[in-house]
Write a protein that binds this ligand. Structure first.
Ligand code: ZN
Ligand code: ZN
Length: 122
């Protein structure tokens, strides 16, 4: 027992089709997939859809974000005017400059808390 759907992994159609019908998007003939194969196929299709429509996959975006190691702000950017041989980042929030940036949002959030506390104590 499985489901009939569009077998084309680079087509974003992920609905169920009737046996013998064709995909309304790419025109491929419906094929039967058992649920395990269907899961794999759908993952590929969703990947296609996300990249095609440029949908922001929040988690993926977060994983690619960079944070200041001093204050945890996401306002870090390439220090301009320097040769790009060195990874030199500058923080707009606290003025940090260096090669190190944090790419883990949980660590960054902790840093932000600590930084905010420090400010209060000063
Ligand atoms: Zn299709
Ligand atoms: Zn900073």
């Amino acid at each position: 027992m499985g489901a009939w759907t569009c077998p084309n992994p680079s087509c974003a159609y992920d609905g169920q089709l009737d046996e013998g019908s064709n995909c309304p998007l790419c025109g491929a003939e419906a094929e039967e997939r058992d649920f395990e194969a269907l899961g794999e196929l759908l993952k590929k299709k969703w990947g296609t859809r996300n990249s095609k429509e440029g949908k922001a996959d929040t988690k993926r975006v977060m994983e690619h974000m960079k944070f200041c190691p001093k204050c945890g702000s996401p306002e870090v950017f390439w220090a301009s005017g320097l040769p790009q041989l060195w990874s030199t980042w500058e923080c707009r929030n606290c003025g940090y400059r260096g090669a190190l940036v944090i790419e883990n949002i949980e660590v960054a959030m902790k840093l932000r808390e600590d930084f905010a506390k420090e400010k209060v104590n000063k």
